[in-house]
Design a protein around this ligand. Structure first.
Ligand SMILES: CC(C)(COP(=O)(O)OP(=O)(O)OC[C@H]1O[C@@H](n2cnc3c(N)ncnc32)[C@H](O)[C@@H]1OP(=O)(O)O)[C@@H](O)C(=O)NCCC(=O)NCCS
Length: 209
């Protein structure tokens, strides 16, 4: 096995439909949404250098793409998918890292976000410095939320006026990185600030010799 992660281009168009199929099958199996996309849409992402593809020789291993929202103030890393035969091998982590780096190369000032119900994505994003946030902190660009229409929970999102649903919002703000560099304290997530630990760990008594 020799999996290589590429920034996708026109030479990868033949994988566009298999990517759509993989996303569709996985969304069905999971029961929650990964926005359904057409092969043309995936090709556009490839053509414009806004996607990452993992290949083992000619075999499609994984994919993810970038979308911009709210006049490029927000970038979403979306459509992360790994071929079931290659799961559990750290491939998603590599794709996530590459699409995250690519997002920052292309849109250095944009906030990067994902929405997910999946533990794997929550873990990977928090390792990259993403913080959990309410939907109010994400883009209000209606086109983004239209992508949720193919999710079976879309009625929940609609019922809540697009303010909450089953997904968790995860946000990376490049300003936090600058603050860290300048040693300006980065505010902790709201939950960390207000919830005090309930269980106090008792230190063992010190014995004198
Ligand atoms: C989610 C998915 C992309 C993970 O791909 P993968 O290559 O198997 O993931 P990795 O091996 O790189 O694992 C990355 C991390 O997620 C964890 N993880 C992977 N699958 C997991 C699962 N089903 N449940 C919980 N954690 C999981 C791994 O333990 C690892 O965490 P660690 O670094 O703390 O050990 C893959 O299962 C998939 O394509 N699922 C269907 C599509 C999907 O749900 N996409 C996400 C849309 S939001």
């Amino acid at each position: 096995m020799n999996v290589i992660i590429h920034v996708a281009d026109n030479s990868h168009f033949k994988y566009a439909q298999p990517i759509c199929d993989l996303i569709y099958v996985s969304a069905q199996a999971r029961g929650t949404g990964i926005a359904k996309r057409s092969a043309e849409y995936i090709e556009l992402k490839m053509k414009t250098g806004k996607s990452v593809i993992a290949l083992d020789g000619d075999t499609l291993v994984g994919f993810s793409y970038i979308e911009t929202w709210g006049h490029k103030k927000f970038v979403a890393n979306s459509g992360l998918i790994v071929n079931p035969d290659y799961r559990g091998l750290g491939i998603a982590k590599k794709i996530k890292r590459r699409i995250f780096d690519l997002s920052q190369e292309l849109f250095p000032d944009a906030k990067i976000f994902s929405i997910t119900t999946g533990l794997a994505v929550m873990k990977m994003n928090s390792d990259l410095g993403f913080k959990p946030v309410t939907f109010s902190e994400l883009t209000d660009d209606k086109e983004f939320w239209k992508g949720c229409q193919t999710c079976q929970n879309f009625d929940i999102l609609q019922r809540n006026d697009y303010k909450m649903c089953l997904c968790t919002g995860l946000l990376y703000d490049p300003k936090d990185k600058e603050k860290k560099k300048e040693n300006i304290p980065v505010p902790k997530p709201f939950a960390n600030r207000i919830v005090k630990p309930i269980v106090k760990v008792k230190k063992p008594p010190k014995f004198k010799k």
